[in-house]
Design a protein around this ligand. Sequence first.
Ligand code: PLP
Length: 415
Amino acid sequence: MNLTQNTTKIYFDVASIRKDFPILSRTVNGRPLVYFDNAATTQKPQVVIDAITKYYTHQNSNIHRGVHYLSQVATQAYEDSREKIRAFINAEKNHEVIFTKGTTDGINLVANGFGRKFIGAGDEIVISELEHHSNIVPWQMLCEEKGAVLRVAPINEVGEIVMEELLKLLSPRTKLVAISHVSNALGSVNPIKEIIKKAHDLNIPVLIDGAQAIQHTKVDVQDLDCDFYVFSGHKLFASTGVGILYGKEEFLNKMNPYQGGGDMIKTVTFEKTTYNELPHKFEAGTPHIEGGITLGTAIDYVNSIGLENISAYEQELLEYATEKLSQLEGIRFIGTAKEKASVISFLIDGVHPYDLGVILDKMGIAIRTGHHCTQPLMQKFNIPGTARASFAFYNTKEEVDVFIASVIKAAAMLK
Ligand code: PLP
């Protein structure tokens, strides 16, 4: 067996894991695919692809409404998946798990359902400089509508939130803190537990954007004690167009629904509508049923490997790639926080990241280039963008070697 190991640890059989992901054996531009764009979206294992086919072959029906057999089968599968997700993030209650379209949708839900009700003129929302546009723009829109103020905690030169500065921003005016768990552009892992604790000391609720954390590390929402936690299915080896908002029951119950329509109501007359119980109050309309069900399948798959193993293996890949890349002439890393997930953003002197990305693509290597939906962060570093390689547990050191040899070749062509 080709076990992936360092001197002390054996995590899992990466060669056999790679066989679970059919796309990894394809070629791109005549070369074996090296997929290092996992922060943008992850590839799907065969079990998830099979579950999608199974749903449309054997289970397809609308949920929650039908008395007929297929509707009950689909409803059961959807609700079973909600329970798997609850267990995965250790939410206390099943109805604290709301299906959404993804991270962006979850943040917009909270901005509308919580923000429009509880945030008013002169109130403040605290975010950080390293947020994704999804965790900036919905708050800006809310502030504009309500006359509230967006306060931004700075980061230091290595890409870590400056805690003392963030704490200085918390005051009786602060009505919400919204912070990412892991930065998509830099890989920094933020000290969210500490931030949540400090905010709670002042009775300030906290939303965590977990889009870049949920696939790398164990998330326990009760241990974190966050009030909201959002993530996307497609970054967790499941479909696009489905995601999760975890919210504490006490907040979800107090919030207004985000959208009106079918499923989210108890009674409707032309005079008045009463809303359904949680979680349905926030799930208007026919949802992404297949996506919801197969997110549960993806979670089963991740559990079968173990997030501890995934984290440890990805850390090893990160260290290996960082060490090798640091030997390249003219390289500059953007984001060198002490705690990092498996994301490397970099620039090479005299080489535009876009050109590097195009040439690497010709060599079968997928990386991301540009501002990574973090324009204010790029402005902070005074750069237009970076080249970003982001790893998942199906990537290998051999792929890192191919990537580095290709970067050297591409840089020589471009300089
Ligand atoms: N937040 C972070 C940190 C992200 O990395 C992303 C996507 O890259 C998002 C939010 C938005 O996720 P989605 O486009 O799946 O809604």
